[in-house]
Design a protein around this ligand. Sequence first.
Ligand SMILES: NC(=O)C1=CN([C@@H]2O[C@H](COP(=O)(O)OP(=O)(O)OC[C@H]3O[C@@H](n4cnc5c(N)ncnc54)[C@H](OP(=O)(O)O)[C@@H]3O)[C@@H](O)[C@H]2O)C=CC1
Ligand SMILES: O=C(CO)COP(=O)(O)O
Ligand SMILES: [Zn+2]
Length: 349
Amino acid sequence: MFEKSTWIKLPRNVVVGHGVLADLGAVVDDLSVVGRPLVVTSPSPERLVGDRVRAQLGSDPATVTVENAGFDAVERVVEAAEREGATYLVGLGGGKPIDTAKMAADHLGFGFVSVPTAASHDGIVSGRSSIPEGDTRHSVAADPPLAVVADTEVVAAAPWELTTAGCADIVSNYTAVEDWQLAHRLQNVEYSEYAGALSRMTAEMLVENAGSIKQGLEESAWVVVKALVSSGVAMSIAGSSRPASGAEHLFSHRLDRIEPGRALHGHQVGVGSILVAYLHEGEQGMWRNIRDALAVIGAPTTAAELGFDDETVIEALTTAHRIRDRYTILGTGISEAAAREAATVTGVI
Ligand SMILES: NC(=O)C1=CN([C@@H]2O[C@H](COP(=O)(O)OP(=O)(O)OC[C@H]3O[C@@H](n4cnc5c(N)ncnc54)[C@H](OP(=O)(O)O)[C@@H]3O)[C@@H](O)[C@H]2O)C=CC1
Ligand SMILES: O=C(CO)COP(=O)(O)O
Ligand SMILES: [Zn+2]
């Protein structure tokens, strides 16, 4: 008897384009959410567009600013929502406030609206929150946003490095899917052909268009935001972050533990993807294409460009498998010699 079932949760409205922040009020009205919003943001987005966002939302919006991601921040947002009598959340900013809002909304049983101010990560749309805790980092299931409003004028005005970080987060889907397929073959981990294909195609399209992604072009923000949406949808189809997070993400999460705040998430996973592609396929494999695409976009391809010394990269690569119970090419850990060879051959160190 056939007993399989799946529940794919997706946003109802995804609005991307020039000036669409002005449509936020209409988008919220269309969702039929009622009551008081709580805007969850971080310092820069608050300073840049906080007032414009609140002006779009009726019912005297409250605001909470998060400085660091983590369960503490989620708890603070939950408390603020209860204290302020909020009934829905608006995540405004980069991955940190959006992930925090997403998870707090899930705890509260509230809907939330995602308003990215940077094309820096593919959690804009996803039904996952990536939350650090101690030496580990959890990929927590949460409802995806009810709506996403991504104003390309705002995103294009953000520092260029945030956009190149988003590009690298997408390029890293190559190795994430490789790891997922490996885990499927070796560990019988459930694999979704649709999610895997969508994720890989998104990375391929971005790599093919890498030459046209240029600083100062709002069209580039458009291309990257659409790719981030597509990658987030792949995660929702999979019901996990597997299509967009493999060993390259474990490597990045370790770097976050060793030297928090040193480099952007997307930039770290991009360099991780070069290393992991080498570990998968050796010298003749995809790692050169990944490195070249990152270089064309202007994302870091070396430890030095990330701002880490060589030994930090080796430490992160040899301990990344401990981050979480997710089978990847790293298996139960790679030796220091193997890590050093991968980093040296690929020019990462
Ligand atoms: N849930 C998921 O599926 C995914 C989650 N993630 C998570 O997202 C996080 C990474 O996202 P990221 O966006 O890099 O993190 P942040 O939210 O920390 O944003 C990075 C930086 O960008 C700044 N910023 C944001 N928007 C603007 C703007 N318009 N102009 C100027 N500065 C701006 C922030 O400033 P300030 O701090 O001053 O406000 C911050 O310093 C990681 O924690 C990662 O794990 C990543 C991918 C997928
Ligand atoms: O960053 C992600 C996808 O780009 C997901 O993060 P996790 O590795 O925590 O699942
Ligand atoms: Zn990521």
